[in-house]
Design a protein around this ligand. Sequence first.
Ligand code: IDP
Length: 230
Amino acid sequence: RLLSFGDSQICKYAVVTVATIGCGKTTTSLALANLFPNIIGHIQNDNIRRPVGNKLVAGALEILINRPIVILDKNDHKFIERKQIFDDFDQLNEVIPTSKLKFICLNFLRNRPQEDKDLWNITRERILERGDNHQTIKAAGKGITKAEKIIQGFIKRFQPVDPGREPDSKFDLIINLDVTSPDSSYANVKTVVDNLISFASDLNLTRPTEEQFQEAFKSALDYKPSVNKI
Ligand code: IDP
């Protein structure tokens, strides 16, 4: 089914992740795209060569031509990065009426991650486990300390989502997720789906069955990036 902008019922949804490394952004995004392949597209900052300027948003807008939802998979761990996303949409979007473009935040970290020992342990463990299966962060063998430093840097700089101020006040919906256990992503996928079903009611999404959730999640966990930047 073609979704045209002439159809006044249809909105477009830009889903923006806010997290640090290893919170499960890519796993969650892939599972969501697996569940709704014709509805949800996914663009990963890590797959963009030299991810400078507005390439992420430009790619997201391209996906929105054929699908109503796009997930922009990037840490966006500081206010300035979130502001950049909104600014790039303002600048590049010439097609979608502003009133039809909704911004949804996937808020992986609600509290101060600097004081969250579990977050450090869980994400560190996941990244070491992932080894070299990443575009830029290689954690196998002697690279371990370097990977740890990168994770720590993101946690140290993290600025929590604050809906009371710009840019975060521009989100139409903030979905709070948890990274409180090594297997947190499965529950996060379900939380996002339930929120999309009620918030994006114009899309009439059907809730997947438990088997469908499990299958989509399993293949998301098996993901190996095809882009290698090191
Ligand atoms: P990120 O995109 O936020 O950096 P991911 O790449 O999604 O994080 O996850 C980091 C690693 O942790 C990956 O190897 C992924 O397979 C694994 N992982 C993420 N969430 C889960 C989970 O809920 N259960 C088991 N492994 C997970």
